[in-house]
Design a protein around this ligand. Structure first.
Ligand code: GLC
Length: 473
């Protein structure tokens, strides 16, 4: 089976969020199971390190239609983890400081989506399945079903559209349907939703299957509370919707081998986790104390991560409890300001770094006892799985992938602490239960070992993707 995995970001080349982790590891897991999976993504000239650039092989260049325009597209090939990546070059579109957030994102990703189909005859790879991800490649199934499906060399391909976060839909004015997307009025109904064009809606309408990144989220997005408006469309199309939980790259995230943490350890020999904790406390200028629980937060500082709950009660917790908080993240000004104030008010208890610093994130996973992730919505969430892998016990809200990966340890079997409603005092209750459990050393050590033993590798999920692909071909 041949699969072309289309992503607007993928590790190790360029990343801004969880999609890059998935596009950097699921293809390898598919490959291990004999699927010829290759990835195609934009070549972000400013983001890709020189030594990686040097290893890329130029295949050819073509001209890609963007409506009536013809735009240059260089096709480069690179290998990572045994997987072939095609990187599509056009500096006008992709030589930018940020991956997204530009005034012409609609045009940039229309170009990319069109290019994905245009390159097929030039890379000598005819996929059975094209798996697209999020709004940036949602036009691929639209173009396939309207312009390419019956063309010579293109027949018989099936498309899958995966939603990583329904909040970001790619909405643009109706007036660019013809002039930029190159589609006639007869296609308008595929993309139109509300008073604009909605790329995610188009992907849902045209793909043969729609997946999302956890089972619980697949159910949640049928509900207006989660769907950001798309629930009527998803309900109509629910026959082709399913959830497949993400995994994590357990080779990359491995406390036994990780070179970015202070001391290596494992489920068999967990003792050195304590040394990581002391080193973390020191790194953040906090009193080094083995008995004080350290809670980690590593996140984009945006509302859906549940930061309003933290804002509501963290002051209270820190004033009344012997604990330390280590925070790494960047994002909305409101939350950055909140954490800065908190760190200033509790210099002995709060360590803060504003930024997206992967090696520091790992030090926090390894050095913390608890990991707080109270998301309002969380399609899958990778951090809670990484936290488990490093034996930091997650405290999460029961939503999306958090619900599917973390179970409350109240019964002596689970791997974390959970709460249901989006309510600061329910979160507080879960935190208090976690802190009480922490005080019971015997109980806690067993819990940490259970966490370290959790298997969230890609194996099971890759099998589910293969099953879905097989159903289609
Ligand atoms: C998005 C989601 C996150 C998910 C990731 C990978 O970033 O917000 O929950 O884990 O995609 O699928």
């Amino acid at each position: 089976m041949k699969v072309l995995y289309v992503a607007s970001e993928a590790l190790p080349f360029a990343a801004s969020g969880g999609l890059a982790d998935v596009a950097g590891s699921l293809p390898q897991a598919l490959k291990r199971r004999k699927v010829d999976c290759r990835v195609v993504m934009p070549l972000y000239t400013n983001k890709i390190r020189d030594e990686m650039r040097a290893k890329m092989k130029f295949i050819t260049s073509i001209m890609v239609p963007v409506s009536w325009r013809r735009q240059y597209c260089g096709i480069f090939e690179a290998k990572a983890g045994g997987v072939t990546y095609y990187l599509l070059d056009n500096e006008y579109y992709f030589k930018r400081d940020a991956l997204y957030g530009h005034y012409d994102d609609g045009e940039r990703f229309a170009f990319f989506s069109r290019a994905v189909l245009e390159i097929l005859p030039h890379i000598d790879f005819k996929p059975d399945i094209i798996n697209c991800n999020d709004w940036q490649s949602a036009l691929v199934p639209v173009y396939y079903s309207t312009l390419y499906g019956s063309k010579e060399g293109y027949t018989g391909i099936k498309t899958v559209f995966t939603i990583h976060n329904i909040q970001y839909q790619g909405k643009y004015g109706n007036e660019i349907l013809g002039d930029l997307f190159g589609l006639g009025e007869e296609c308008a109904s595929l993309l139109q939703f509300g008073d604009c064009l909605n790329l995610m809606k188009g992907g849902i309408e045209c793909a043969n299957k729609v997946t999302t990144v956890s089972n619980t989220y697949a159910g949640e997005i049928l509900d207006p509370w989660f769907s950001h408006g798309l629930d009527p469309i998803l309900k109509e199309r629910s026959y082709k919707l399913s959830g497949i939980l993400n995994g994590i790259d357990t080779k990359n995230y491995d406390p036994e081998k990780d070179a970015d943490i202070f001391y290596n350890y494992s489920a068999k020999e967990p003792a050195d986790k304590a040394k990581n904790k002391a080193a973390l406390q020191e790194l953040f200028g906090l009193p080094v104390n083995a008995d004080t629980p350290v809670m980690g937060i590593v996140t984009r500082l945006v509302a859906h991560k549940g930061l309003d709950l933290i804002k509501r009660v963290m002051w209270e917790i820190l004033s009344s409890t012997d604990m330390q908080l280590v925070v790494l993240g960047s994002g909305d000004w409101e939350y950055e300001a909140f954490f800065k104030e908190l760190a200033a008010a509790f210099p002995e208890k709060v360590g803060l770094r504003i930024g997206f610093i992967p090696d520091m994130a790992r030090k926090i996973y390894a050095g913390s006892d608890l990991f707080l992730m109270p998301s309002k919505s969380e399609p899958c969430g990778l951090s809670q799985m990484v936290a488990l892998r490093y034996g930091s016990i997650p405290i999460v809200r029961e939503t999306g992938g958090l619900k599917d990966t973390i179970t409350d340890s109240g019964d002596g079997k689970g791997n974390g602490f959970t709460f249901k409603s989006y309510d600061a005092y329910d979160m507080l209750d879960a935190i208090r239960r976690a802190l009480a459990a922490y005080a019971d050393k015997e109980y806690w050590n067993k819990l940490v070992v259970r966490a370290l033993k959790c298997d969230n590798s890609w194996g099971k999920s890759a099998k589910e993707y293969i099953k879905l692909y097989e159903e289609l071909v």
